[in-house]
Design a protein around this ligand. Structure first.
Ligand code: ADP
Ligand code: MG
Length: 300
């Protein structure tokens, strides 16, 4: 039977935009020792903005042409990175046309056979040539020589290659949520270990973790690697709540002791979750812990 105090816990949650799916989720949450969070869309806002377009040395492409190629590859993707590249390209095209330069409007080529690889990026074809558009992992897996590439620490980078040759990169930046740092220190004050999982590169993952005070970082993870990273952290640090926006994260949500979907996450994630945070802020996490602990103390 469900103790009465769980009902008041569920009520207290709903007033703060936290949906507990039954008393069992409150009890499981009370036993959690570690909070594992996804980076993009959970610790950061997931709103990427293009900062820089950098053609590689000796490549006969200018910034606009490189950005055009990236946008053409990303056209069918719904990833937040794709949206930022397409928006930036559209803005440049419009402002160039206003200034009387129609070169971007007149690009005749089309990119075909577009395939998206989760956690890596896009592969496609342009007039019979193979195009890659994604992260370092995608490039390394396709044996692209990156000796002419110097990463920008802290920013997420989309690299481009054509027929095995590195063409350059587009640097984009996301923003950390305003309450992230204070929410993480509240979790620590509650005696919890904090961890972050991400498919993003090590340098940008470390920069975010350091800024907000996260204890454990696992970067460069493919969606299918996130569950084993979570299992590993659980062995080391104890029972885990995983918090994610749900994009590519359904298996981790289901595999955690408590799975929490954040914000207006994907429907599948809300379905798979034990707890739903209606607000996208991280402060909901320590609040949910507090409510769960109170409900369990009172019920004993
Ligand atoms: P996270 O784990 O941070 O939520 P994802 O698993 O969605 O991130 O993506 C991991 C990484 O894969 C991204 O940081 C990016 O480097 C690369 N990536 C994924 N999708 C795309 C895309 N459409 N275009 C370029 N890069 C992508
Ligand atoms: Mg994600």
């Amino acid at each position: 039977s469900v103790p009465l105090t769980y009902f008041s816990g569920i009520g207290a949650g709903s007033r703060r935009g936290i949906l507990f799916k039954g008393g069992a989720s409150l009890e499981a949450l009370n036993n959690v020792k570690t909070i594992v969070m996804d980076k993009t869309g959970t610790i950061t806002k997931g709103n990427f903005v293009v900062q820089k377009v950098v053609p590689a040395q000796g490549v006969p492409l200018d910034e606009n042409e490189l950005l055009w190629l990236a946008a053409a590859c990303e056209g069918a993707s719904t990833h937040p990175i794709a949206k930022s590249i397409i928006n930036s390209y559209e803005e440049r095209k419009t402002s160039a046309a206003k200034a009387g330069d129609f070169s971007l409007v007149a690009v005749g080529a089309t990119v075909e056979n577009i395939r998206e690889q989760a956690g890596e990026g896009i592969s496609a074809e342009l007039e019979g040539k193979t195009i890659l558009c994604g992260n370092v992992k995608l490039m390394e897996r396709n044996n692209i020589d990156l000796s002419g590439y110097h990463g920008t620490p802290g920013s997420t980078e989309v690299l481009l290659a054509m027929d095995g040759h590195f063409l350059g990169h587009v640097d984009i930046a996301d923003t950390i949520k305003a309450d992230a740092k204070s929410a993480i220190s509240r979790m620590k004050a509650q005696g919890l270990t904090t961890a972050m999982l991400t498919g993003d590169g090590q340098a940008s993952a470390d920069a975010v973790a350091q800024e907000v005070g996260i204890d454990e970082v696992r970067a460069r993870l493919l969606p299918q690697d996130k569950l084993s990273a979570l299992t590993d952290i659980r062995e080391k640090c104890g029972a885990v709540m995983f918090v994610g926006d749900g994009i590519n994260d359904a298996p981790v949500l289901a595999g955690a002791d408590v799975g929490a979907a954040m914000g207006s996450g994907a429907d599948a994630a809300i379905e798979a979750a034990d707890v739903v945070f209606m607000k996208a802020d991280l402060t909901s996490i320590p609040i949910s812990i507090k409510i769960a602990r109170k409900a369990n103390i009172v019920s004993k």
